[in-house]
Every structure is written in structure tokens, then in C-alpha cells.
Design a protein around this ligand. Structure first.
Ligand code: FAD
Length: 390
């Protein structure tokens, strides 16, 4: 960073939000030699990433990219297509492997880290940030983004202002607010002229009537087909596990239905369930609240963003990635893949905008228990100790 005056420093890139998209963007910016600062409001980055896939972290899918795009559906698929085809699941996995995180696909085509530990993905990112010298400032919420007449943008925090030619907003959706994603990035975008599409729960369960709950003990039904029926017509179908929960119904077949219902804005609907030749009807009371949903349907309106660059159409140098956008996908690694692909596309564009900075930094993969990895652990401790300061 370069000191402009007592209160304002300059860097190449400021990333707001140290979640899945922000950390991926930070590592890629580090690879390209961009001087980068990540501002993270929480004391620990990527809290949602740590919860992913029941702490196993379903990173992506082994499905072909065109099938994934079809599953995202409209209006997400046409927007995501450039990002997802530029950095599809197999390229994401190859990038993780090259950089030392092995992955594996399960029979259901969900892709996890080899260790099935979300904490390993978390460490993968924080280790690489430290090695590239990317500054991750914790307990540092960004408050405002101010475009400058003289060029670039200033990000204001409670204690200092930072200036950069490019700012990437990666503050997430609004579900699970305890993880830090509370809608700040959407408010910043709104203040700069972007539109926000209304928030709705995506990937959430449904409450069932008390009588139904009393008659149906908690259990798990595999291989269920769920037909979403509205006004006498089947409008969509999902497949997979159905979980009978204390509150009602959940599991991927049901939670996937919730985002379709939100996207289609359905008011009157019920589910017709098929399993092993049996058919029955479920008439849910309501979807579970947004704070419990795994993703947010809604966010920064996609028509305000260039889908080939992730740059704002209104404000030059302002970029967005991840769930802060009106982007969501089904259960199965679609949401992390969207966060990683949009982050990659943004960094590709940013690196072309900042002349003279682009230099690919080569790194060797680190073997488990190697002296290099042991050094990495001590580096990490030092890094965690020091990283609160710019
Ligand atoms: C329980 C659960 C399980 C999930 N499992 C999976 C899964 O297995 N696979 C999958 O693909 N998806 C999964 N998801 C969804 C996935 O976690 C999200 O889609 C993904 O994390 C979005 O990444 P993001 O970087 O856009 O936002 P986030 O990961 O939410 O990160 C946003 C970051 O920005 C920070 N921030 C917010 N405001 C500010 C501010 N003003 N200044 C600085 N920092 C700020 C936040 O503290 C946070 O760290 C799951 C979600 C949940 C809740």
C-alpha cells in the first residue's frame, strides 16, 4: 500500500468481504501480483464457508457446465454463463489441485475436498493469501464506497479510508446473518444507483401443520420426487432426499423447491410426492424464515452488472461477485461455484484494467506434512497474529 496522507492509503484493489467469493478473488489477485486488501467485518473470515455441506464443504458439482446452467434456471443462468464457462467446475478443481487442495466427487456428483473438511478449504485460502502478501483486515467493516472525480474509488471504514482504482464487493446475501452477511454490499450498491431485487428464502424448509408433525416422526426419505403444483398444474419437479424435521419438511428435494417457488413468485402451491410407487400430497403452511435459508434469492439486480466482466454498468471500477448479486442455485455445490466463478471473472477484468501489475506468481503445491507445510503452519500463526493491521 502507498501512503497518500495520514488517513488515506492507496492500493490496486480493495475487496469488501472475506467470504467464499472474496477469498477466492484475493488469492487470484495475489497470483497476478495485484496489491490487494480484503476488508472483513467479522473477527474470522468465511464463516459461512465453514458451515458448507455440514462442515464438509460441497465445493462444486461434477455435472457438465451446461446441465448446471439449466439447473440454475432463469434469470440466473444467462447471467452466469460467461463466468461459469470461463471458470467451470473442472477448471476450478484443477486450480485447487494445482495449488495443493485435492478434491473428490461422490456418487451423487457432489464435489468435496478430499479430507471432507471445510476447515481445510478455509486454511487453503488463508494460507495462500498470506503467501501472496494479500492483506486480510479482520473486524473492519466497510461502511461506504465513494467514487472519486479524480479517478478510482474510496472505501470508508470506521478508522481509515482506502483508495483504489478497483473495488470488488463480495459481502454475500442476507441469510444466516450471524456469519456476517447482512446486506451491506446491497446497501452500498443501492446508494450508488443500483437496483435491489426483493429478498426471499432460497434453499429453505417448510413448516407443516401441527397435526401433520404429530403424526410424522423425524425421518429421512431417499429418492423422492417432489412435484410443485400450482393452480392445478405441475410447474416444476425436484428429486432427492426429503427430511421430516421437527418443524415440518426439509432436505434437498424440498429446499430446492423453495428457490423455484421464490423465483416463480408462487403464492398458492402444494407438493405432490412420489416414492416407491406411493403418491401423497403435502400442503405446507409457509416457507421457513430467510435467516435460516442456505441462500438468498434476490440481491443486486443483474441488469445493472456486465455479465462478461462483473463490473457495474453505472460506476467504472466497481465490481461484484458471489451472493451479493441476485444469483442463487440449487443444493449441490452450485452456490460456491457461482461465488468462485464470478470472483475469477472480476479479477480477470480488474487485472487488465491495472496496467503494469500483471505478473503471474508461480507457486509449488505443498505436500502434507512436508517441511514446507510445517513452515506454512508457523507462517499462518504469525499471519493470524499480525493481520489486524493494514
Ligand atoms: C448452512 C449453509 C450451508 C451451505 N452449504 C453449501 C454447500 O455445501 N455448497 C455450496 O455451494 N453452497 C453452500 N451454501 C451457500 C454458500 O455458503 C454461499 O452461497 C456462499 O458462501 C456465498 O459466498 P459469498 O462470498 O458471496 O458470501 P459469504 O460467504 O456470505 O461472505 C460474505 C462475507 O462478507 C463479509 N461482510 C459483509 N458485510 C461486510 C462489510 N460491510 N465489510 C466487510 N465485510 C463484510 C461477511 O462477514 C462475510 O465474511 C451454504 C450456506 C449455508 C448457510
Amino acid at each position: 500500500m502507498v501512503n497518500n496522507n495520514m488517513n488515506q492509503q492507496t492500493t490496486d484493489l480493495i475487496i469488501i468481504g472475506g467470504g467464499a467469493a472474496g477469498l477466492m478473488a484475493g488469492v487470484l489477485a495475489g497470483e497476478l501480483g495485484l496489491r490487494t486488501v480484503i476488508l472483513e467485518s467479522k473477527p474470522k473470515p468465511a464463516r459461512k464457508l465453514l458451515m458448507c455441506g455440514n462442515n464438509r464443504c460441497n465445493l462444486t458439482s461434477a455435472l457438465p457446465v451446461q446441465k448446471m446452467l439449466a439447473d440454475y434456471g432463469d434469470p440466473v443462468a444467462p447471467f452466469l454463463e460467461p463466468a461459469l464457462t470461463a471458470f467451470p467446475p473442472d477448471a476450478l478443481r484443477a486450480w485447487f489441485h494445482k495449488n495443493g487442495l485435492q478434491t473428490k466427487a461422490q456418487h451423487d456428483l457432489r464435489v468435496y475436498p478430499q479430507s471432507e473438511k471445510a476447515a481445510d478449504v478455509h486454511h487453503f485460502f488463508t494460507d495462500h493469501l498470506a503467501e501472496y502478501g494479500v492483506s486480510l483486515m479482520l473486524n473492519t467493516p466497510a461502511r461506504e464506497v465513494v467514487p472519486q472525480k479524480s479517478g478510482g474509488l474510496v472505501v470508508k471504514t470506521d478508522n481509515f479510508d482506502l483508495h483504489a482504482p478497483c473495488v470488488l464487493v463480495a459481502t454475500g446475501g442476507v441469510s444466516y446473518p450471524k456469519t456476517g452477511s447482512v446486506g451491506d454490499g446491497q446497501k452500498m450498491a443501492l446508494a450508488l444507483g443500483h437496483k435491489i431485487t426483493p429478498y426471499r428464502p432460497g434453499l429453505a424448509g417448510f413448516d407443516m401443520p401441527p397435526k401433520w408433525i404429530a403424526a410424522n416422526p423425524v425421518s429421512s426419505l431417499p429418492d423422492v420426487t417432489v412435484n410443485i403444483v400450482s393452480n392445478g398444474k405441475t410447474v416444476a419437479t425436484t428429486h432427492g432426499f426429503l427430511e421430516i424435521e421437527k418443524y415440518g419438511i426439509g432436505g434437498p428435494a424440498i429446499t430446492n423447491a423453495s428457490r423455484i417457488i421464490a423465483r416463480l413468485n408462487l403464492k398458492n402451491y402444494h407438493f405432490e410426492i412420489e416414492q416407491d410407487g406411493n403418491r401423497w400430497t403435502l400442503d405446507p403452511v409457509q416457507v421457513r424464515p430467510l435467516k435460516e435459508a442456505m441462500v438468498t434469492v434476490g440481491g443486486i439486480a443483474l441488469n445493472g452488472i456486465n455479465s462478461h466482466t462483473m463490473e457495474s454498468k453505472q460506476i467504472s471500477g466497481l465490481f461484484f461477485a458471489g451472493e451479493v448479486l441476485d444469483v442463487d442455485g440449487p443444493s449441490g455445490g452450485y452456490n460456491l461455484q457461482a461465488a468462485f466463478s464470478t470472483a475469477r471473472l472480476a479479477i480477470e477484468t480488474i487485472s487488465k484494467k491495472i496496467p503494469g501489475q500483471r505478473k503471474v506468481v508461480q507457486k509449488k503445491p505443498i505436500r502434507k506434512n512436508s517441511p514446507q507445510q510445517n513452515r506454512r503452519s508457523s507462517n499462518e500463526k504469525r499471519y493470524h497474529k499480525n493481520r489486524r493491521r493494514p
